[in-house]
Design a protein around this ligand. Structure first.
Ligand code: SF4
Length: 484
């Protein structure tokens, strides 16, 4: 079997990573892991992944690896915050390695493909959407045609018109992991578990049927509104294979894990049936979890749920299209957080500041709601106009096409009624008011001390990052970002 074709899969790093002071969590590039598994399964290719985002691999090292390994094909995943870095890397690759087949994938490429297509000499192919199967088909075509007329398309860069979606998720092979791989992706939230953890990352579904106006593939893990599900048996088999590597906590990386309650129940039932004794965390919506579902989740090992609350101001929830019943949003949030607490499941409330038309009073409403919810932690992001979101469309006439990265920690456009300086101050104030309360600190020490002790290397780094961020003075923002 000829395995001479070497394919390098790269997750592009963020150009401004070093300038970002807010602690960050980077889950593994699951789509690249699936692509690797599919390509290897075909038996035709040697595949290697470089996660430049997490490992901060400089471009010159990547260029040397391409020359020395040597790679014949490179597939670069470019998310919105990595647009500058990804484009520059690909331009350098093209300059240095003329015969290289360069394929671009990822959320930013999918949404802003005309911008990337304009770089005609750089990319050979652009694959939009969930690219794993299409990439595998394309590479098998390249393999069969001996690399001659490599593309089944005419113009370069060739772009798939319709965004790819993977419909039968059970047909995707499990990503392959080593313990070292997994250790590169520490889970960034403390857990109420008195043990040393090794996290594993799994997706059980793709798609989200909701229409939050700020949401785009840039902040999601999958594309499209149609919810596609893996079978419980398939999910639990993957969990078992990770357990064999020593994984003892699973992070379900679904956009909306509770999008189909029956799906969640079937996974919980399978986990209980197999007596896997594994703990797990997930993202969920506050309006999708009932007390009964939370009970099932707890019985099956759920220890943490992250809920997108976004704002405590009804007007903002309405503008964000977060819920069709925005007047109930706060009461629903309070009820759900209370129900999770009653089950003994820890919670994280995710908020945003800088929302469209947001005022100081709106931010105060959010802070008030955060106190009332009593989550174990909060996360406060900046509202960001991500390519592919409804809000991006809404404001797009005012946006110039550019490679400037859109990142929730450094949004380049301010659509609120607050100044940039005020936004920075309010974000930090939000955190400080929440975390620096005696009641919070006492409860946190009681619930998490043992976890910190068992995971002290990770904990020390994380606590230092959080403290540095919270205690640092807000730098003066001299000029406004682009304002709309
Ligand atoms: S924010 Fe969450 S619930 Fe809303 S559309 Fe995006 S993935 Fe779905």
């Amino acid at each position: 079997m000829n395995m001479n074709h070497h394919i390098l899969l790269i997750r592009a790093g963020y150009a401004q990573r070093k300038k970002i002071d807010h602690p960050l969590h980077y889950p593994p590039p699951l789509a690249l892991k699936y692509a690797q598994a599919l390509l290897e399964q075909s038996g035709h290719f040697k595949v290697r992944i470089i996660d430049s985002l997490v490992a901060s691999v400089p471009d010159r090292s990547i260029l040397n690896i391409i020359a020395q390994w040597p790679a014949q094909t490179v597939c670069v995943e470019i998310a919105s915050p990595a647009s500058e870095r990804g484009l520059t890397l690909c331009q350098n690759m093209r300059e240095r390695h003329k015969g290289l087949l360069i394929i671009a994938v990822g959320s930013d490429v999918s949404e802003r493909y005309p911008f990337y297509s304009a770089a005609r000499d750089v990319f050979d192919v652009i694959l939009r959407g969930e690219f794993e199967l299409e990439l595998s088909r394309l590479m098998i075509h390249v393999h069969k045609t001996g690399g001659g007329n490599v593309l089944p398309y005419h113009d370069a860069p060739a772009v798939n018109k319709d965004v790819c979606l993977v419909s039968e998720l059970d047909k995707l092979p499990f990503p392959s992991w080593t313990k070292e791989d997994l250790r590169s992706y520490p889970y960034r939230y403390p857990l109420r578990l008195p043990k040393k953890i090794l996290p594993g990352y799994i997706s059980t579904s793709r798609g989200c049927r909701h229409g939050c106006s700020f949401c785009s593939p840039s902040v999601r893990k999958s594309f499209g509104k149609s919810l596609r599900l893996r079978s419980a048996g398939h999910v639990v088999k993957e969990i078992e294979s990770l357990q064999n590597l020593g994984v003892n906590i699973i992070s379900f990386e679904d956009d909306d894990f509770t999008g189909n309650p029956e799906h969640v129940r079937s996974i919980c039932a399978e986990l209980r049936k197999k007596r896997l004794n594994i703990h797990w965390a997930c993202h969920a919506r506050i309006d999708e979890v009932t007390p009964g579902l939370l009970h099932d989740m707890k019985q099956a090992g759920c220890v943490l749920i992250l809920f997108g609350v976004e704002s405590g101001a009804e007007g903002i929830i309405r503008l964000l299209h977060k819920s069709r019943h925005e007047s109930n949003w706060n009461s629903q949030a309070k009820e759900t957080f209370q129900n999770a607490r009653a089950e003994g499941i820890a919670t994280c409330a995710l908020f945003m500041v800088g929302n469209p038309q947001e005022t100081r009073a709106d931010v105060d409403e959010s802070i008030r709601l955060a106190f009332q919810l009593q989550p174990d932690f909060i996360k406060v992001h900046n509202f960001t106009l991500y390519p592919g979101s409804q809000d991006y469309q809404r404001y797009s006439t005012s946006l110039k096409p550019s490679a400037a990265p859109h990142h929730y920690l450094r949004p380049i456009i301010n659509v609120s009624r607050l100044t940039d300086q005020e936004l920075k101050i309010f974000q930090k104030r939000f955190y400080r008011q929440f975390f620096f309360r005696p009641a919070f600190l006492l409860a946190h020490i009681k619930n998490y001390s043992l976890f910190y002790l068992f995971n002290w290397t990770w904990s020390f780094k994380m606590i230092m990052e959080v403290l540095c961020f919270l205690l640092s003075k807000e730098k003066h923002v001299s000029s406004h970002k682009e304002r709309l």
